[in-house]
Design a protein around this ligand. Sequence first.
Ligand code: ZN
Length: 141
Amino acid sequence: MSDSLYREILLDHYKSTKHRFENLEATSKEEGKNPLCGDTITVYTQMDGDKISKISYTGHGCSISMASSSMMCESLEGCTIDEAIERIGRFKKMLLTDEEVEFSDDLSDLEAMTGVKKYPVRIKCALLVWNTVEQQLKGMR
Ligand code: ZN
């Protein structure tokens, strides 16, 4: 993928409001903060048995943290807790290591975040929502 395509994907997610709402019926609500940048995100996860039936977020922060939140919701909704934790692990590995990480076609948007690796300060912004939801899901297991 080219840099301009990556930027376009990030911008689409940044602007997306599909998963950006407070869910009053959420099973669990978890807040994450990145004091370095001022990003504050709350994740609302609604479970149906072991499955994430609805996932959304509210908050404010830089474009990277917001785009990453939209991507996270898009890729984890419908997953079981174990599947979600596996996807979170792969996303983190993509940003934190030099290992080649591949995603299936329906998750290929996530690869757009690799551009962030060039800016170490921004990696925390991209990972904030993923660490927040990981903590939340591990608490449910
Ligand atoms: Zn940020």
